[in-house]
Each structure stands twice: as structure tokens, then as C-alpha cells.
Design a protein around this ligand. Structure first.
Ligand code: 2HA
Ligand code: ZN
Length: 274
């Protein structure tokens, strides 16, 4: 099958374009990766032309021999639908999880996303803790979440609780909460290690003054998670813009009641008294 006809590729491109239309991908901001299932690899692999091996910049032994569809470094999300072969690539990892090679795409040169270490270390953690169910890692620059990193304490408990409070669906959509990475230089192993450590507990990690990472099973769930967190952040920004306090809100006991009916478990560390 032609790579561009494969359902996982069409789903990837649609999600990337949805993120562009949300305004989360100015210039070349953000990146997306998908751990391709073996049957999907088989359906397109006659089109693969392997290039030379390159170091990943970190080691991900549990991802040895896996294939990923990833956005390209310096590529613009707004171009993915119209020139996918120029904007994205499929990479294969070696049998140690130390090197990658491009097997399809990026026809005009360039490398996979500058955040490849973060993507792959997140995939490695999520593959383990989700028993292989998570396939998508998404990094975006959503405006309202970034704005909040200038005014809220950079603590997991605070971001989780404040964002849970702004929309009743939030504790159901991300019951495990949200992690926060302090400002760090992007692109390297250090920020990747900090993010993947948080991904052991959470499906969402916020990078202070930069953006957000989300992990999920498929494109709908992962896009929906990013969208839900950013929508909640937008409501908080609007509320704080009207007045600094709330007249009423969802209380810790309200959350406990919701948890029973919706059969989610909400860690008590987020249900502190203010
Ligand atoms: O430019 O978003 O974090 C891509 C990025 C780097
Ligand atoms: Zn970024």
C-alpha cells in the first residue's frame, strides 16, 4: 500500500492539521509522533528506502526495532496536509534503541523533530505503564496553558486542581492529573528525562513558558486530551481576567462525589483545602 493511503498516516495528518487550526503551532512549533503497529508497518514497508543510521541522543532499549511516524525538525504543521512527504517521516530504531534511520519521507532532507529524545523517552515509559496501549505523543504550544505558567505556582498539585475546577469533565478526562516541568532548555536529554519521569504518573506534562506534552492510545484521545486541558486553561484565563477570585467553584467534596458516579479514582493530593 502507498504510505499516504494508510489509515494511520491519514489520522496523523488530520490530527496535525487540527492542531494547526487551533493555533497551537506557530511557525515550526510543536511535534507529533506515532508508534506504528506491526501490521501497519507490514502494510506499507515495501515502500521503505532506508537511509543511514543516526544517533537518537538518548537510549530507549525497550523501543528497539520499533517504527515511528514523526514530524520533521523545522517543518510547519500548516504544511503537513499539502506536502506530507516533505514534512514528516517514518523512522526505524536499531536493536539497541540507540540509533534511528529514516525509511520514508522528509524527501527534501532534514531530520526528525528536535524533540525526538522527549518523544521516544515518553513512548518508552508509556509503552510500559500502559501495557503497550499508548501509541501517540503530542507536543503543542497552546496559548492559555502557557499563559498560566507565568501566574500559577509550577506545581503538579496546583495545575491539576486549578484545571480540574474549570470544567466538570476534566477530572474524568485526566483523573491522574498533570505534571509540570520547570523551564529547561528544550530539545535535549535532560528535559526528556524530566518529562518521561512525569509520564510514569500522568498523561499530560506542561513545560513552563513553552507548551505541553500529551500521551494517549490513539489520535482522537490524544488530541482530545490536549484540547480539554487547553479549553480548561482558557476558562481559567478568562475567569482570572474578570476578577482574581471565584464566587463559587467545584469543591473537593464535589470531586469525590463525581469520582464515585464516574468510576474514576482521584488522588487526594489534588483535593486539598484552599
Ligand atoms: O519547534 O516545539 O520544542 C519545535 C518545538 C520545540
Ligand atoms: Zn515546543
Amino acid at each position: 500500500m502507498n504510505v499516504l493511503d494508510a489509515e494511520f498516516v491519514l489520522g496523523f495528518m488530520r490530527m496535525a492539521n487540527d492542531g494547526w487550526e487551533q493555533g497551537w503551532h506557530e511557525r515550526n512549533g510543536g511535534n507529533l509522533s506515532y508508534r506504528i503497529k506491526p501490521e501497519e508497518v507490514n502494510s506499507v514497508k515495501e515502500q521503505f528506502v532506508p537511509k543511514q543510521w543516526e544517533p537518537i541522543g538518548t537510549t530507549v532499549p525497550k523501543l528497539a526495532n520499533e517504527y515511528f511516524l514523526v514530524t520533521g525538525s523545522g517543518k510547519y504543521f500548516r504544511n503537513i496536509l499539502i506536502k506530507p512527504e516533505d514534512s514528516v517521516c517514518i523512522i526505524e530504531l536499531d536493536d539497541k534503541g540507540e540509533n534511528y534511520r529514516i525509511v520514508w519521507g522528509l524527501v527534501n532532507g532534514k531530520r526528525p523533530t528536535s524533540e525526538l529524545p522527549s518523544h521516544l523517552m515518553n513512548h518508552e515509559v508509556k509503552m510500559s505503564v500502559s501495557s503497550g496501549r499508548h501509541h501517540v505523543i503530542y507536543h503543542a504550544h497552546p496559548t492559555n496553558v502557557i499563559a498560566l505558567t507565568f501566574v500559577l505556582p509550577l506545581k503538579d498539585e496546583v495545575f491539576t486542581r486549578e484545571l480540574w475546577e474549570m470544567a466538570t469533565e476534566c477530572p474524568v478526562v485526566f483523573p491522574d492529573g498533570i505534571g509540570v516541568v520547570p523551564w529547561m532548555v528544550p530539545g535535549g536529554r535532560e528535559i526528556a528525562a524530566a518529562t518521561s519521569e512525569l509520564m510514569k504518573q500522568y498523561d499530560v506534562a506542561i513545560w513552563a513558558h513553552h507548551g505541553m506534552f500529551a500521551s494517549g492510545e490513539d489520535f482522537d484521545l490524544t488530541f482530545g486530551l490536549m484540547h480539554t486541558v487547553e479549553k480548561s486553561a482558557e476558562i481559567l484565563v478568562k475567569t482570572l481576567s474578570m476578577r482574581p477570585d471565584k464566587l463559587q467553584t467545584i469543591t473537593p467534596q464535589n470531586f469525590r462525589d463525581l469520582a464515585v458516579d464516574f468510576k474514576v479514582s482521584l488522588p487526594e493530593k489534588f483535593l486539598y483545602e484552599k
